[in-house]
Ligand binder design. Structure first.
Ligand SMILES: C[S@@+](CC[C@H](N)C(=O)[O-])C[C@H]1O[C@@H](n2cnc3c(N)ncnc32)[C@H](O)[C@@H]1O
Length: 369
């Protein structure tokens, strides 16, 4: 009989992060595309022991809520493709999803099969037909480290507006990297797209950090933007990391917003050891971003849109954090803000295409916060 998994705080946080991203992704993509693909490659049985919904239902309901609110055009076709290898889990998922009501523009498909083979075959078909797919968001949430070849991530990321969100189970990987069974160890080069992963156990230093850094570097060969969010277990040990890879700056910015909405202190982690929000937003540590802004722009007059691009693409922060800093700096006279002639700027606003920030020279500006 099928044993449903137990919901844990970090699973709930993973779902929340995914939902916060999809709440941004569906409406934005729906504005420009008439057709969208959502893939959940390791879909699970669709529910947890306490009846909580699995990730497939969560995604359908997120899109449905936008159609109902009018923030997603009801004509946008969304193809939800759920892949689950375990037949019993797939049946359970089908039953759970068949009880849902959703707009007729949604096509919901559950495939009993393996992620890599199922999606690989679909991509083969597309490639032979010479077509590019509609935008894809692929959630890849395995329990383990096999069946997620980096090569397949690359095939998805090669197309415009296609993104992957992949769970890398660093705790398992670290434990199994030196396993005596060659068949088990043989999965790693495919998952990481390089044999070099097998050298990690021979190195000194923090093994988890080396694994995560190698995976990030490998993804960075396939996508311009790579983000990471860490999940920690009950003893605050690192359990897995969710990597987001995209070639689109807007997608990356929206994922960073989603991460900051889940972790208001650092935008990068959740721990079962401390599932509450430990910091009030007012205590947000401004310093690292201010230092980075000064290191890049000290003494310069910079269009706000360039500042925003820098913040999104080259720091862990968001434009909203920069604006909060500028409000404080402007009040103290440490930055000067100039607006385009003819633009009537309201105090405390920093419109990307209308204002310029004049940064102080580095040394004078420290000690603001
Ligand atoms: C971590 S669970 C997924 C949980 C689900 N994404 C959620 O958040 O509700 C992983 C699932 O992947 C399934 N699975 C294992 N290997 C697979 C493969 N190669 N392809 C597709 N599914 C697989 C397992 O049976 C299991 O149900």
């Amino acid at each position: 009989m099928l044993k449903l998994p137990k919901m844990t705080p970090h699973t709930a946080a993973k779902h929340l992060l995914l939902k916060r991203y999809l709440d941004r992704w569906f409406p934005i993509l729906g504005r420009y595309h008439k057709s969208i693909n959502y893939i959940d490659g390791f879909a699970g049985p669709g529910e947890y022991q306490g009846g909580e919904a699995g990730s497939p239902q969560m995604a359908i309901e997120a899109a449905k809520a936008h159609v109902e609110k009018g923030t997603l055009d009801p004509d946008v076709q969304i193809h939800f493709s759920f892949v689950e290898a375990d037949p019993e889990s797939a049946e359970n998922l089908k039953a759970r999803l068949s009880a849902l009501q959703y707009p007729s523009s949604f096509r919901v498909e559950v495939t009993t099969g393996r992620f890599a083979e199922t999606i690989g075959t679909e991509l083969d078909r597309l490639e032979h037909s010479g077509q590019a797919p509609a935008p894809i968001f692929a959630f890849v949430d395995p329990f383990g480290f096999s069946g997620i070849p980096l090569e397949l991530m690359g095939r998805i990321l090669r197309y415009p507006r296609c993104e992957v969100f992949v769970n890398v189970m660093v705790e398992f990987i670290s434990r199994f990297l030196e396993h005596p069974n060659d068949q088990i160890v043989g999965h790693f080069p495919r998952t990481f797209g390089t044999d070099e992963v097998l050298e990690i156990p021979k190195q000194m230093g923090d093994r988890d950090a080396a694994i995560l850094s190698m995976y990030r570097n490998q993804l960075a060969t396939l996508a311009r933007y790579v983000g990471r969010f860490d999940m920690h277990g009950k003893r605050d040990q690192k359990t897995y990391s969710l990597f987001f890879a995209s070639n689109h700056p807007k997608g990356f910015e929206k994922m960073k917003e989603a991460m900051w909405s889940v972790d208001k202190a650092e935008g990068a982690r959740f721990s079962d050891a401390d599932p509450g929000e430990s910091y009030a937003f007012e205590l947000f540590p401004f310093w690292p971003l201010w230092d980075q802004l000064l290191a890049r722009f000290a003494g310069q007059r910079v269009p706000m849109e360039d500042v925003e691009r820098f913040v999104v693409e080259e720091t862990d922060f968001l434009p909203t954090h920069a604006r909060t800093i500028f409000k404080e700096c402007e009040r103290k006279g440490e930055v000067v803000v100039e607006a385009d002639p003819g633009y009537r700027r309201r105090a405390g606003t920093y419109k990307a295409d209308k204002v310029y920030i004049k940064f102080p020279a580095d040394a004078q500006a420290r000690g603001l916060f």
